[in-house]
Write a new protein. Structure first.
Length: 200
């Protein structure tokens, strides 16, 4: 691993990617957070936000011109077409910013980078990664986590889950798969195995 590695981390919502990412960071990885970058590219006055408002109407904007994330989510996840349009608008901006972050880390001598991205494969940013790690979990486990984390109704959870791909979409494109159903010891062991494979 003398040239360093960029590990793409992805999986369906509620699978526990953040926990896995934290374990990797405890082992010397630095994190690039796709969700944080996604928020940055739709800040007030940004080109991406302008395009989103043109596509989904100015209902998605607050009075001060900032993004109303809940309203955008309601509209964007209401159909597969809307979800695709949301991704088509935002992903090019996200890709450009991720490239900059990777270059910054590499220039500073950081050899282990984990790119934590729920939409890694859909956005095309998997092409920026050397290896892909997928985290998944049983559907009922994922739904329970989403409910605790986001305080959504059962209907909202179903809509969000149904907007995503089947597990096979992720696993078929991965180099490593971690199953995270809540057993911390098992999860830690799986992360350590991946870390060993990446660094041997």
């Amino acid at each position: 691993m003398s040239s360093g590695i960029v590990l793409g981390l992805t999986g369906p919502t509620g699978s526990g990617k953040s926990t896995v990412c934290s374990m990797l960071c405890e082992n010397g990885f630095v994190r690039i957070d796709a969700d944080k970058i996604a928020r940055e590219v739709v800040e007030k006055g940004s080109p991406a936000l302008t395009l989103l408002a043109e596509r989904f109407s100015h209902e998605i904007l607050n009075e001060d011109g900032t993004l109303n994330r809940k309203k955008l989510a309601e509209i964007a996840f209401s159909s597969s077409e809307n979800t695709k349009d949301l991704n088509d608008i935002t992903h090019p901006f996200i890709i450009d910013r991720v490239k900059v972050r990777i270059d910054e880390y590499k220039s500073s001598g950081q050899m282990r980078i984990v790119y934590d991205a729920p939409l890694l494969l859909e956005s095309g940013t998997d092409t920026l990664c050397d290896k892909i790690l997928v985290v998944t979990a049983d559907l009922d486990v994922r739904k329970a986590r989403i409910k605790r984390r986001d305080n959504l109704s059962d209907e909202e959870i179903e809509k969000r889950v149904n907007a995503q791909h089947r597990d096979s979409f992720y696993t078929e494109k991965s180099d490593y798969v971690i199953i995270n159903n809540g057993d911390t010891i098992s999860l830690s062991e799986q992360v350590q195995r991946v870390f060993f494979e990446l660094t041997r």
